[in-house]
Design a protein around this ligand. Structure first.
Ligand SMILES: Nc1ncnc2c1ncn2[C@@H]1O[C@H](COP(=O)(O)OP(=O)(O)OP(=O)(O)O)[C@@H](O)[C@H]1O
Ligand SMILES: [Mg+2]
Length: 252
């Protein structure tokens, strides 16, 4: 039996969601033997594959589009069977984790039963893994369209900006309004310069956000970004890896 724990990483654009999702995947792999993770890039502007150093071919959005076209041609088409088969083809398999790229969200003229079937299949898929780690878009509204499953932990990433605090407050509110049950929210301050920890925690607290973890500014992350190096190559003692290790200790 797999643990089937769902961890979503959300927050304002540019706060470091993708970097943290990638670091999280590698840290869990380091800590747990024989673990099996599903990494989901739920950002329409996908960049988790790049940060993980993986290339991918097709997205769930691509499958949806071809399925809708095929269904128009043949109304008897078994959407469920077709989707199940095609999703297996687009999952990128790595050691200890698989990657699924969601791609473009459903458009306005969308055929709802197709989305419903897709959600059901994606939910079933997460049951085959110990952890599903979702790199979210900045908003949360899409989450209830992507999954019907509960989120065990939502990591909300902030940086040193007021804007990111405001987004975190809004996410807290949205999480209560959407259909998906978010069991636990954990606020993480990322890219924090040394010495600024206390003031960042105090400012967030003043506005009603309790920061539970700090991930320091790590010059190697932008450096790796620039060079296109995968984040898995970061030295294990680099500040961001050490910071994410503390997060993992609290959530798994
Ligand atoms: N701990 C860190 N230290 C230094 N730089 C960081 C850190 N975390 C992320 N970054 C840098 O911040 C930038 C944004 O990171 P990232 O792409 O992970 O954010 P994001 O929230 O996923 O953005 P988007 O909303 O665009 O998807 C990148 O240039 C990355 O290199
Ligand atoms: Mg991102």
């Amino acid at each position: 039996m797999r643990k089937s724990k769902v961890i979503a990483v959300a927050g304002k654009g540019g706060t470091g969601k993708t970097a943290i999702a990638a670091l999280l995947i590698h840290e869990i792999i380091r800590q747990e033997e024989d673990v099996c993770i599903l990494a989901v890039d739920a950002d329409a502007d996908s960049n988790l594959p790049e940060v993980l150093g993986i290339s991918y071919d097709k997205t769930v959005g691509d499958i949806r589009e071809t399925l809708l076209e095929d269904k128009q041609r043949d109304v008897t088409l078994d959407i469920r069977a077709q989707f199940e088969g095609r999703i297996a083809e687009i999952i990128e398999e790595e050691d200890f984790y698989d990657l699924l790229v969601m791609g473009r969200p459903e458009g306005p003229g969308c055929y709802c039963p197709v989305n419903h079937i897709m959600r059901m299949i994606l939910d079933t898929l997460t049951e085959n893994y110990d952890y599903t780690i979702i790199d979210c878009e900045a908003g949360l509204e899409h989450l209830s369209r992507r999954t019907t499953k509960d989120v065990d932990v939502m990591l909300v990433v902030l940086d040193t900006t007021q804007k990111s605090i405001r987004t975190a407050l809004r996410l807290q509110q949205i999480a209560e309004e959407i259909d998906v049950d978010v069991k636990r929210m954990m606020f993480i301050a990322n890219k924090i310069p040394e010495g600024d920890e206390t003031s960042v925690i105090a400012e967030a607290k003043r506005q009603g956000i309790g920061i539970e973890a700090i991930i320091p500014f790590d010059p190697l992350i932008p450096d790796y970004d620039l060079k296109g190096n995968p984040i898995s190559d970061l030295p294990h003692d680099s500040p961001s890896v050490v910071g994410v290790k503390a997060v993992v200790a609290r959530i798994v």
